[in-house]
Design a protein around this ligand. Structure first.
Ligand code: GLN
Length: 512
């Protein structure tokens, strides 16, 4: 079997047994990237030399019998929104095209401390805003299962690179579904942890009360290995949870007994593709055969999830993105562009230097801000900034933002009630399999509706995992979502692993 089809767990065993070197593993994945990434475009940058040097250094240490970290020698791809000291971090945006952070994100520091090989930076929707991967300023990622289709987003490259066997593990971020939805559409396993489980320090913020980092992998077992490394308290992130990190990598293999799964019947109504519904029903049967009991639960405020999310996320984004003005951070326009903004009449005023008339014009600083933002941000980011600025403005704040916060609370309470009746909620991740590139580009609302089943977990701060559970007639992966109460990552991983022992959808890779 090719190295590319081994799980991360198996590769780590081979490395420990000295049956294989990290250089061999990295070379195999780099070759796969060379073969396919021209088309898939999962990566924005691959630093071959750095990856090979890291791998060689770890091999040497292992040879000498020196202690090595938990991921020693294993390639991990990182979404291009986590700071890695002095390395480019673009967030899929022209705005940050040349940004080199002066420090490491905590997750990156933990990966380095675990001796992971940072193989490359993955493509993403600009500032993580999107659900298709098409909003990257550097061109879309394509679904490795069908290059005419989207891989999902915003962690488009993070999901596609695992699906295409270009990396065994990757890190994504999830604000409203961005780990789970692309995982579902690409047939990989992706976990959004509890809000605060993984440090956000050094993550370029989109919506700070919703953002969470997490693992994407080929299986629940592999996701557990990666989560164990990145999770944990961080004094640099005030929202990080100060609770010990369970040994996910060991716990994952312990089956759950007496598992009670809740099905939200509302989720099987309008908008759900029949093939997705059928695959999820079959997955529920698998759990039944594994001894789980299934009950119906309800999330009565779930229908307001999209509306609530698309007020809160843009509100926070409009505030977080205010720093990109060409002076504090980000792309700065040039003089010619600022001049081009002026009308002929205004140019005359400027040339004449008439102080009083000049006072009527916007100052050069304001024009610089305006041009920089107009040129640096793409259309979806601008749409969010405008929406968020509106919902936060005096007069609308109470009607929109404050109201949304109240509904958010009700949504969280719905989950609390539901988890009184079941251990976890089982259902779809995305309403349809991957759609065609361009299919929803002109219809932002249709794009937002894709997030129907995923935004709830972010609004409530609870964990959710997406695992492959079937294939459409056209051969496209279908995802299953499990959601649990806060800090139930271990239980979600165990339930996912039980499923993956019984059904092997997760083993298939799109490309060989
Ligand atoms: N698709 C959602 C959005 O566009 C979620 C994005 C995310 O989780 N980063 O906001």
């Amino acid at each position: 079997m090719s190295l590319l089809h081994h799980s991360a767990a198996a590769l780590l065993d081979l490395l420990k047994g000295k049956q294989i070197t990290s250089v061999e593993i990295v070379e195999a994945h780099l070759a796969q990237i060379d073969r396919h990434d021209g088309e898939v475009h999962a990566f924005l940058r691959v630093d071959r030399q750095r990856a090979l040097d890291q791998a060689a250094a770890i091999d040497l240490r292992r040879q000498r019998g020196e202690p090595v970290g938990a991921l020693a020698g294993l390639p991990v791809a990182v979404k291009d929104l986590l700071c890695d000291q002095n390395e480019l971090c673009t967030c899929g945006s022209r705005m940050l095209e040349t940004f080199r952070p002066p420090y490491d994100a905590t997750v990156v520091a933990r990966l380095k401390a675990a001796d992971a090989v940072l193989i490359g930076r993955t493509n993403m929707d600009e500032f993580a805003m999107g659900g298709s991967g098409e909003n990257s300023a550097f061109g879309p990622t394509r679904n490795p299962w069908d290059r005419n289709r989207i891989p999902g987003g915003s962690s488009s490259g993070a999901a596609a690179c695992v699906a295409a066997a270009m990396a065994p593990l990757s890190i994504g971020s999830d604000t409203g579904g961005s780990i789970r939805q692309p995982s579902g559409l690409c047939g990989v396993t992706g976990l959004k942890p509890t809000y605060g489980r993984v440090s956000r320090y050094g993550l370029v913020a989109f919506a700070s009360s919703l953002d969470q980092l997490g693992p994407l992998a080929g299986s629940a077992e592999d996701a557990a290995i990666l989560l164990e490394v990145i999770a944990g308290h961080d004094p640099r992130d005030a929202t990080s949870i100060d609770a010990p990190v369970p040994r996910y990598s060991e716990l994952v293999r312990q089956p759950l007994t007496g598992l009670r799964l809740g099905v939200v019947r509302e989720h099987f109504g309008a908008g759900l593709d029949p093939e997705v519904a059928a695959a999820v029903e079959t997955a529920i049967d698998v759990y039944r055969s594994l001894g789980a009991t299934i009950c119906d639960v309800t999330l009565p405020h779930g229908r307001y999830g999209i509306a609530t999310y698309y007020i809160i996320a843009p509100s926070e984004a409009s505030s977080n993105l205010a720093r990109y003005d060409g002076a504090h951070y980000g792309y700065r326009t040039d003089e010619a562009s600022m001049m081009a903004e002026l009308t002929a009449e205004q140019k005359q005023v400027q040339a004449a230097g008439d102080e009083k008339a000049l006072g009527q014009l916007d100052s050069p600083l304001v024009r610089m801000y305006r041009r920089s933002r107009a040129e640096g941000f793409g259309p979806e980011v601008k749409r969010r900034i405008m929406l968020g600025t509106y919902t936060l403005s005096a007069g609308y704040y109470d009607a929109y933002y404050l109201k949304a916060l109240k509904v958010r609370r009700l949504i969280a309470q719905d989950y609390e009630t539901a988890f009184g009746q079941c251990d976890m909620i089982i259902g779809p991740v995305a309403p349809t399999p991957a759609f065609k590139l361009g299919e929803k580009s002109d219809d932002p609302l249709a794009m937002y509706l894709v997030d129907l089943y995923t935004v709830g977990a972010n609004l409530a701060g609870i964990p959710g995992i997406s695992i492959p559970c079937g294939r459409s007639k056209e051969g496209l992966p279908i995802g299953l979502q499990l959601q649990g109460p806060a800090l139930a990552e271990d239980r979600l991983l165990r339930a996912a692993h039980m499923f993956q022992q019984a059904a092997v959808w997760h083993k298939a890779r799109a490309l060989t």
